[in-house]
Design a protein around this ligand. Structure first.
Ligand SMILES: [Fe+2]
Ligand SMILES: [Fe+2]
Length: 479
């Protein structure tokens, strides 16, 4: 069933036409989604033609089509990666059994929760990014945020499909609720903290897509291992799209770094920490970028949940959520007799403590995430070094600024020193963006809509989308 049916209201490769009851349920959910998109999706750009990528299949070679679309007319579809023949469960209590095509009754609640938590992040980020089009530094960037947004919308569809198809009435209710919660709303916030933060400026957007979308990648990778095959196949295909979101983030920050360094060089700035001098040149100083890294990275780490977690251990034991690249790990995939080193706070110091591996599944996923982030930071630092500056951007200690897990009730500096609350509060603005920083960032934000032109504070990308030339009109903005 890998052919995609594009003629129906909801494009899909799951044979929707042959499941009338499900089709009707999803068609009933559809208007609510469109309504949510129009009210909470990109503000003010709904009638413009945008050069977007649409998933039209799941063949790695040709899964997407590019073309101009008005966003509300985007073909959000339900696409599952092809079924792997004879796939067997790779980990946990059910290791070696054939994967499940239906939800095992005993795991119903746990599985539904996993789907809902993943599903909730998708519309949340669209809401967070809703006003960015108004300050897009170029048409290229404007198109990219819209691309990310429509794909997060598709990811919501992916999770809603699972809820409708496999979880009956409570699934349908959860699908409704996914359209009711709102990022940052006091009464009905999104489920996870980082998805209630604001994304007010483009540096925030690039940091969010670097770090928070990368958490998304790690979560999807863990779910892609699931013994519940429809979840594994759905998340596998979502990962295909997720790559672009992280690309937008990594290259976005890199372009900001490059631009700042270029301008500093041109103006003979020897000390990149002279923020006053750098800001006068209309570019973002590196220390402010470091503070933004500290913020987005730390709130993203919270998304991994507690380092030592019974929930995660239960989900692993139940063969529902695995580890990053589970099948490539050389161990018993049961984790009953092994340990894993977990960073903990012991007597005022941060030290690695061997914990039962089965309890440390979150911590391990977090380690994999951090390794991935380090590679990103290396590309940013290369851009700085290329311009002859010895300033380095770095990831703060995982104990810094945490609200969840081992370090949530201690005060650690970005270097990983544990200090008192008073000292931490006093020095907070050395490490995290303060109002002046945020106001400065906002002061640089301006919408640039001439094809091929970029706002002063950011360098052009190395290449266009889908091989398009530099002055391509990614969004047809002129009336
Ligand atoms: Fe997503
Ligand atoms: Fe994403």
């Amino acid at each position: 069933m890998s052919n995609v049916d594009y003629d129906s209201l909801i494009p899909n490769n799951v044979g929707l036409a042959s499941d009338r009851r499900l089709q009707r349920a999803l068609e009933k959910w559809h208007p609510g989604f469109i309504d949510w998109w129009k009210t909470m999706g990109p503000d003010g750009f709904q009638d413009l033609e945008v050069y977007l990528r649409t998933a039209i299949g799941v063949d790695p070679e040709g899964w997407a089509r590019f073309g101009y679309v008005k966003m509300p007319e985007y073909r959000w579809g339900i696409l599952l990666a092809p079924q792997e023949k004879n796939r067997r469960i790779a980990f946990g209590r059910h290791k070696g059994e054939p994967v499940w095509q239906e939800v095992p009754g005993e795991y119903r609640a746990m599985l539904r929760r996993l789907v809902v938590i993943q599903g909730d992040t998708e519309p949340a980020s669209v809401e967070q990014q809703r006003y960015l089009g108004h300050t897009a530094p170029s048409l290229y960037d404007m198109r990219n945020v819209f691309q990310v947004n429509v794909e997060e919308g598709r990811h919501l569809w992916a999770m809603v499909y699972l809820l409708h198809k496999y979880f009956g009435r409570d699934g349908r209710e959860e699908a409704e609720d996914l359209l009711m919660r709102r990022s940052g709303n006091q009464d009905k916030p999104r489920i996870l903290g980082a998805f209630n933060e604001e994304t007010p400026d483009w540096l925030s957007f690039f940091m969010f897509t670097t770090f928070t979308d990368r958490d998304g990648k790690m979560q999807l990778e863990a779910l892609a291992q699931s013994g519940f095959d429809p979840l594994a196949r759905t998340t596998r295909f979502m990962l295909t799209e997720e790559g672009h979101h992280m690309f937008v983030g990594r290259t976005g920050v890199e372009r900001v770094v490059r631009r700042t360094c270029e301008i500093m060089r041109k103006n003979n700035i020897a000390d990149p920490t002279d923020t006053g001098a750098v800001r006068k040149l209309g570019v973002i100083d590196l220390p402010t970028m470091q503070k933004k890294i500290n913020f987005h990275y730390s709130v993203t780490l919270d998304l991994f949940g507690a380092e030592i977690s019974t929930n995660a251990s239960n989900a692993y034991n139940a063969s529902l959520k695995g580890r990053f690249r589970e099948t490539t790990i050389d161990d018993d995939h049961l984790l009953h007799d092994s340990t894993y080193p977990v960073l903990k706070h012991v007597n005022g110091k941060l030290v690695n403590v061997d914990e039962p591996a089965i309890n440390a599944v979150n911590s391990r996923l977090c380690d994999d995430f951090i390794a991935d982030c380090e590679q990103v930071l290396a590309t940013w630092n290369k851009a700085i070094a290329d311009h002859g500056y010895d300033y380095r951007l770095s990831l703060p200690s995982r104990a810094f600024h945490r609200a969840v897990g081992e370090f949530s009730d201690i005060y650690a500096t970005p270097d990983g020193n544990v200090v008192g609350q008073a000292e931490w509060e006093r020095r907070r603005e050395e490490w995290l963006p303060d109002n002046d920083d945020l106001e400065f960032l906002l002061s640089l934000m301006e919408q640039v809509t001439e094809p091929g032109k970029f706002s002063h504070w950011i360098a052009p990308p190395r290449a266009g989308i889908n091989g398009k030339p530099g002055d391509f009109e990614y969004v047809r903005i002129a009336a």
